[in-house]
Design a protein around this ligand. Sequence first.
Ligand SMILES: *Cc1c(COP(=O)(O)O)cnc(C)c1O
Length: 543
Amino acid sequence: MTLAARLARPEILALPPADIAGAPLPGTVRLDANENPFASLVAGQTGINRYPEPQPAALRQRLADLYGVAPASLWVARGSDDAIDLLIRAFCRPAVDCIAIVEPTFSAYAQFARVQGAGVITARLTAGLMFDADAVLAAVADAAPKLLFLCTPNNPTGTPVAAADVRCIAAALPDTLVVADEAYGEFSGAPSLASEATDNLVVLRTLSKAYGLAGARIGCAIADPSIIELIAKVSPPYPLPTPSIAAALDALGPERMPIHAERVARLLADRDRLAAALATVAEIERIRVGGNFLFLEVADPADLARRLAAAAVRVRFRANAAPGGVRVTVGSEVDNRALLAVFGLGAPSPPNRRADVVRDTKETRIALSVDLDRAEPRHIDSGIPFFDHMLDQVAAHAGFSLTLACSGDLGIDPHHSIEDVAIALGQGLRQALGDKRGIGRFGFALPMDETRAEVLIDLSGRPFAKFNGSFSTAAVGGLPTDMVPHIFRSLADSMGAAIHVSVAGDNDHHQVEACFKAFGRALRSAVALEGKRDSLPSTKGVL
Ligand SMILES: *Cc1c(COP(=O)(O)O)cnc(C)c1O
C-alpha cells in the first residue's frame, strides 16, 4: 500500500483517477466541452474561448526541468497557496485529522486547515527564533499530524530549516507528510529538497517571488507520483488560466533566466544594504533577513505598521501569526527610499539609472538589464560569441552592467539576432538614462595598432547614424562586417542619439573592435553624471 493510500482521506482515494489528458491533436473537432467556437473579443488573447489543459504539458515539463524532477512528480497549481489547500483537502478529514506548523510562520497553512475543519497543532521556533528539530518533533509527534509544514527560509522570520533537519523529521514521522515550502528558495542559496521529494516529503515552489509572477498565480507541489495523483483528484478540472500558462512559459524562457538570476542577486544586495541602514534605528531591536524580506523586531509592531501606513508604506504585521515584528519586502530603490525616509534616514546614494527590456519577435526573443551606475555584472549571450565580446567591450569601456540574452533564429542567419540585440540595447540605454539629467555629449578616438577609430555621440533625442569606413573581409569571428554600420544605426535609432563612427586601418578585426571600444568610451563620457545631477547639458532645457 502506498503512503498516499495509507494516509489520504478514504473518500478521495475512492474517486476515479482525474483525467488530465493533454491538449487535443491538431485537427480534432472539439465538440466535447460546450465551449464557444468563436475567438475571444480580447485583443492578443487567441485561444481563451477554449478550456486550458488540466495540467499544461509544456509548463509541467518546464517546471520539472527547472526544479530537476520528473513531470509525473509535479503538480502545477494556482500558486503554491492552492497546492497547500489541495494537500490539506486530500489528506485531512474534517474534525478528525490535523496538520502541524512551526510558529511564527506563513498564516495560510492554518487558514486552509481551519476551512477544511482540520485541527492545527503548533510547535514553535525557539525564543531566539531558531529552528529546533527535536523541539518540533516533541511538540507534534503524539498528535500524528497528516501534514507538517516547514517553511524554509521561514516567512516571516527568515529562519532557515537545514535540509538535514527536514530529512530527520521526515524519517522520524513516517505517517506524516512533511511539506517543505521553498517559496523563497531562490533567495536562500541553500540547495532545494525537490529532488528528494519522495515517500513522505513534499516540496512546494512558486513563481510568485523570484520570478515576478505573483499575479499569474503559478506554483507547484513536488511529491511522489502517488501523491500527485491524489492532488489531481481534489483539484478543480481546469485550474490554470490560459494567459497565466503563457505568461509562465514566457517568463521562464531560456533568454530570461540570466535576468532572473541578476534580479535575485540585486534584491539580496539591496536587502543587506537596507538591513545595514536600518540597524542604526534605535526603535528596531533586531533585524532578521531571509528571502526577499526583512523582519523588524520592535516593541510595538502594530504602532510601527500604523506609522508606516500613514506614510503610505504598506508592510505586513500579523498580530496572531507573528506578533513580535513587521515584515518588510525589499522593493525597488524608490520603495526602499520611502521606507528609510519614515525612519528619518536619507538614502545612501541617488537611485541607479537602470532599465530592463524584454523584446520578442517571431525571429528573436531578447531580455536585457542595464545599470548605468554599476560596472558589474556583465553577462552577455547573444548567440554570437564575437558579438558578445564586442558588447562586453562596450559595457566594460562605458562602465555599465549588462545582462543580456537572446534566443534567435541563428539557424537562418545571425542578422536578426545582431540587429534586434542592438535595438534592444539602445532601448535599454535610453530608458536607463531617463530624462537625461546630468549627462553630457561626447566623443572618443582610439588607436589600436595600425587602426584609428573615432566615435562621436550626441544623446540628442534625434536619431542619426553616420559610418565612415570599409572592411575587406566578409566577417570577423562570425560577425558579418556589413552588420557593423548597421549595428550603430540600430543603436542610434533606438537610443535617439546621433552616432558618428569613422574607422581606418588594415586589419578588420582591429577595425571592428576599435569601433566598439571607442563607442564604449564615448558612451562612458556621455552617460557620466557630472557635477550637479539635475543640470541638463543643453541650453534648450530638454534633450
Ligand atoms: C508567498 C508564499 C506562498 C504563496 O505563493 P503563491 O505561489 O503565490 O501562492 C507560499 N508559501 C509561502 C511561505 C509564501 O511566503
